[in-house]
Write a protein that binds this ligand. Structure first.
Ligand code: BMA
Length: 292
């Protein structure tokens, strides 16, 4: 089973007139609110490598209008090199965002929250470095505690918390597999999607040639450290010119999914330079995740 790309791709490209997003726009968190699909996307200008986050919204999921200024920018020593790869989760009436805080000393996961995507409350570092990223919160508590994915290379991990501030009980849930698209390393895409049969997780896997592909897995509903299904084949791999060539070649990388009718809409960065979308039927993706 493969994701089916939108005919409209790429959906968003860099804007030469905007200094902060003139070079790249790519990995984006996804939210759904008031009938809109909202993308909070990573962007870089040509002046340096610092990443900021921009805002785009759509009513059909395929045509987006965007804002001229970033909605979230680096602050303080931990973010000197940028804020990257946001993942958005609705929890207790707010949108929680986990993102990569990058500095010369460390790669860490920080948390901020909002209700309108323009005014943010910062909550500081959630997962300290030296190298932790690809974090996404589950959309509800499991067994009375908050849960999140995170990544300590080369594996995908889970962690637990009572208050969203203090995280512990780190556990590896998925390791690289020698004979698959995720042979070098892997990390979560967006937050997991709850289904009757478990948590569907779309994730990225990297192989020995540093090609980034997307895969899918199914985790147990009550014990998400238990992997119920993990097909060997990728569901999306770089094929289009703007996935093969860009800022970093051969990359498709997702930070979030929307739901529209019977479909999942997966938003992803292409070659770290543009934003694209692809769809899958909910049933087909779940069946594939389960049975591979
Ligand atoms: C990862 C992250 C992503 C990026 C990917 C491919 O380590 O930095 O933001 O898309 O590499 O370059």
């Amino acid at each position: 089973m493969k994701l089916e790309r939108f005919a409209e791709n790429p959906l968003l490209a860099p804007v030469p007139d905007h200094a902060w997003e003139s070079r790249t726009v790519f990995n984006c968190g996804v939210a759904q609110q008031d009938g809109k699909i909202i993308l909070i996307y990573r962007a870089q200008g040509t002046e340096n490598n610092v990443s900021r986050l921009g805002y785009a919204e759509s009513t059909d999921g395929r045509h987006f209008s965007r804002e001229a200024e970033p909605v979230f920018a680096p602050e303080g020593p931990d973010e000197r090199l940028g804020v990257e790869d946001p993942r958005l989760t609705p929890l207790d009436g707010r949108w929680q965002m986990l993102y990569t805080a990058w500095s010369p000393e460390s790669i860490q996961v920080a948390r901020a929250s909002t209700t309108d995507f323009h005014h943010w409350e910062r909550h500081g570092i959630a997962f300290p470095g030296p190298d932790n990223k690809d974090a996404a919160l589950f959309p509800r508590k499991v067994n009375g505690r908050y849960v999140a994915f995170h990544r300590i290379p080369p594996a995908m991990w889970i962690a637990w918390s009572d208050d969203l501030e203090h995280w512990g009980d780190y556990a590896t849930i998925m390791e690289p597999r020698a004979d698959a698209f995720d042979s070098l390393k892997l990390g979560a895409g967006g937050p997991p999607i709850e289904t009757d049969e478990g948590w569907v997780v779309i994730y990225h896997g990297v192989d020995q040639d540093t090609v980034y592909r997307l895969g899918v897995a199914l985790l147990d509903k009550d014990d998400p450290t238990k992997v119920l299904g993990r097909p060997k084949a990728a569901i999306l791999e770089p094929e289009e010119p703007w996935e093969l060539v860009g800022d970093i070649p051969n990359v498709v990388f997702t930070c979030g999914t929307a739901e529209l009718g019977d479909d999942y809409l997966v938003y992803y960065g292409g070659a770290d330079k543009v934003i694209a979308g692809a769809r899958a039927s909910k049933r087909a993706l779940l069946d594939f995740a389960k049975n591979g």
